[in-house]
Design a binder for this molecule. Sequence first.
Ligand SMILES: Cc1cc2nc3c(=O)[nH]c(=O)nc-3n(C[C@H](O)[C@H](O)[C@H](O)COP(=O)(O)OP(=O)(O)OC[C@H]3O[C@@H](n4cnc5c(N)ncnc54)[C@H](O)[C@@H]3O)c2cc1C
Length: 561
Amino acid sequence: MSMTAPPQTAPSGDRPLDVAVVGAGFAGLYLLHRLRTLGFAARAFEAAGDVGGTWYWNRYPGARCDVESLQYSYSFDEDLQQEWTWSERFATQPEILRYINHVADRFDLRRDIRLNTRIVAAAFDPERALWTLTTDAGDVIEAPFCVMATGCLSAARIPAIAGLSDYRGRVYHTGDWPHEGVDFTGLKVAVIGTGSSGIQAIPEIARQAAHLDVFQRTPNFSVPARNAPLSEDYVRHWKSDYAEHRRRAREETRSGTIYDFATRSALAVDDAEREREYAARWAKGGANFMHAYNDLLVDEAANRTAADFVRARIRETVADPAVAEALCPTDYPIFAKRICVDTDYYETFNRENVTLVDLRETPLEAITAHGVRTSAATYDADAIVFATGFDAMTGALDAIDIRGAAGTRLRDKWAEGPRAYLGLMSAGFPNLFLVTGPGSPSVLSNVLVSIEQHVAWIGDCLAHLRSHGLGRIDATPEAEDRWGEHVREVAHTTLYPRAASWYMGANIPGKPRVFMPYIGVNTYRQKCNAVAAAGYEGFVLSRTAAAGNEAPRQRGGRHAS
Ligand SMILES: Cc1cc2nc3c(=O)[nH]c(=O)nc-3n(C[C@H](O)[C@H](O)[C@H](O)COP(=O)(O)OP(=O)(O)OC[C@H]3O[C@@H](n4cnc5c(N)ncnc54)[C@H](O)[C@@H]3O)c2cc1C
């Protein structure tokens, strides 16, 4: 393996690759930049026709981020964060995609991205210490290191519903939306699914469609976004001390996002005061609501006060009491599923042209040639929109035939649930890094903060290997098991596992119920840094056969040849 450092500005050109990156969303792009800066030859392979990942695919009406844009953006370059101007508190998908394209151009990343290229297989050859990736066109790419930046919410999923192939109307998935947009004017539309994407899309589609039937299996809690153009003062507040705000977000918060964090229990104040606090946060909008008290995610009684408040708002907003009741979640704690952030969601059910179909009362039986059939009725539809989410965290990885040093398939190893040390590497799959992998904070965070941390850690790790003449790194099964146990323990100190959520794999029939993300961006970062500082504790670092198999220097982590 070469891994010699060229001048920092040199293009990777035809140099043998040091690192193959799969995916060109926020993670893949930053990887390219960081690895290039460190002098590695890296190239990204992307299934889509352009960069952007999530924001390339999810073009449905109403698609926005729900972490404020001033925080949901890269922090790695001060000039970039100073020069970019977000127009709204929560940017729309087109604006986020413009930003990602700007970053790709600004850092000249496109020359190292192969678009329209899906990686279908990746196998590690232990003799040559090389990953061999195969594309959907049958091309083969070799590199000693591979980073999967394939996204934690990128495997869009349409549930297996009887009769779907008989349906004669148009079918859409929010996570794979047509680029030219969809005009629903005059159409009868069915939306299936009321998670984050459905909740964003439903009000927009309702404004266009002749009629909209919303098929809901599980109601979700949603808080109003109160989206608005950004004021100059607010932007100045952020930009005048951007680096420090970012530092606080990554080092001092559990979610990688700065909110107005309370330090008191919800049960330490009287009802009137609690109501005032919730009302003030509700009026301000956004997920800030969930930080009104410091025990909302750990204490059931405290949690119930927030859930009651939201249910009261639903009942107050929705005119038909039966519809309001159907929209009220009652069987899991608020915040244990991803809190949705909406614009006019509950209000939409007061429209004449919108019907809520409660699938808990009347289960969905089949799709027919002309619509959707439940146990009670058939609903004609010219178009069906699946807002049914993703095979989260593992779906994109499972879709690739990944084989480790002993020929084991990653998806077989993960049959009982994903296992990865720090969510970064799975034992037996040397030199394969996962960005925002299961066991890391990923979807329980401002994902950009998690991406930047992983990319920096991986870059540092590769530089460490290079400077020590090492060519191979693998997690130990013991460290991986301990980490999995730790992830589980932390989750069970909270109310998260009480909900049958996609954090638990519960939206995919047959998927093992394992709480996948690690709770706590700040503590996670410290642990990753400590592991690196201890010479990559829990990993085995070694020379490769190609490098002569000499005994490596011992530096805390287990070095073997
Ligand atoms: C609608 C929506 C809204 C969201 N809003 C927020 C938010 O407000 N805040 C937040 O923190 N997070 C949000 N997220 C999560 C979001 O996914 C991340 O914030 C972030 O965009 C992930 O970037 P990524 O590069 O890791 O993955 P992605 O953006 O998913 O990119 C992965 C890329 O890998 C490609 N790929 C996958 N498999 C292969 C393969 N086999 N071969 C080649 N290419 C492949 C995909 O095509 C994709 O382009 C949202 C997600 C969705 C779906």
